[in-house]
Design a protein around this ligand. Structure first.
Ligand code: ARG
Length: 276
């Protein structure tokens, strides 16, 4: 405890930019984003912050994600940014913990949470009945939809036209699950959503089923693609926890409730998603 306080004080004494890297030991872990306000606070009033953090458990909050899912999580240089990253940073700050982000394949997130390699999965993850068998979910923090992306000249106008088509999805996502329910469709699974979109752009597949906001980002980065109007499933995103970690989930839920009530979550969302 003593040692920890000293290192925290040292940390606080550094500039905000350097402080963002305090406590990081592993090179493969991307740093949590610091909002401008947090960074300043940390630099100007370190003593107060320390008091608060000592009240809670402190320690590290490890978030598992798949950082190829803009605007929820993606790389800006070697830093993982996005709605989920900032939300998790805000939650960690409330709990007096240090956020560490572990980037992995999407279908490794639940196993990582269950094996204790990570404390929580934050990855634009949809609450589903099947996942609820293996993990608990926090209160939902946003809603999303699944959409279909096709080539601009495609004759596919909606889900009804997908029979007999080749559909690309990100492995292990709800898009993957919905696609596999479509009669007569052939599914191509990709590790990253953008890889599926690229394959569509190259004419290797006929459609991609993926979450609406990443769909917009991916389509804007590829050639000749459009998103169909039909949104065929509405989903809720929440944070995944191991079944035996209800204590942490309750703390995170309490922090989330406060961050929703005081508008922090909405302002994070608005920063990354601009209304058309
Ligand atoms: N919402 C979808 C799901 O839960 C896709 C999430 C993909 N997230 C990611 N970070 N790649 O299956």
């Amino acid at each position: 405890m003593k040692k920890k306080m000293i290192s925290m004080m040292l940390c606080a004494a550094m500039t905000a930019a350097i402080a963002a890297g305090c406590g990081s030991k592993e090179a493969d872990q991307a740093e949590a984003p610091a909002t401008g306000a947090d960074a300043e606070e940390g630099a100007e009033a370190p003593a107060e912050n320390e008091e608060e953090t000592e009240v809670s458990d402190g320690g590290t909050l490890v978030m598992a994600t798949n950082a190829y899912f803009e605007p929820y999580e993606y790389y800006e240089g070697d830093q993982i940014v996005g709605i989920d990253a900032e939300m998790a940073a805000a939650v960690a700050e409330k709990l007096g913990m240090e956020l560490k982000i572990e980037d992995m394949e999407f279908d490794s997130i639940i196993p990582a949470v269950n094996s204790g390699k990570a404390d929580m999965g934050v990855a634009g993850m949809t609450v589903t009945e099947d996942r609820l068998v293996n993990v608990n979910f926090s209160n939902p923090y946003t809603t999303a939809t699944q959409v279909i992306i096709v080539q601009e000249g495609s004759d596919i106008t909606g889900e009804a036209d997908l029979n007999g088509k080749m559909i690309g999805v990100q492995l292990g996502t709800t898009g993957d699950i919905y696609a596999s329910d479509i009669e007569g469709a052939e599914i191509e699974q990709y590790n990253k959503g953008m890889d599926a979109v690229q394959a569509l752009s190259n004419g290797m597949i006929d459609a991609v089923i993926i979450d609406n906001e990443p769909a917009k980002q991916f389509v804007s980065k590829a050639e000749g693609l459009k998103i169909l109007e039909e949104e065929f499933v509405t989903e809720e995103y929440a944070i995944a926890f191991a079944k035996d970690n209800e204590e942490l989930m309750e703390k995170v839920n309490a922090a989330l409730d406060e961050l929703i009530a005081d508008g922090t979550i909405q302002s994070i969302i608005d920063k990354y998603i601009t209304a058309e």
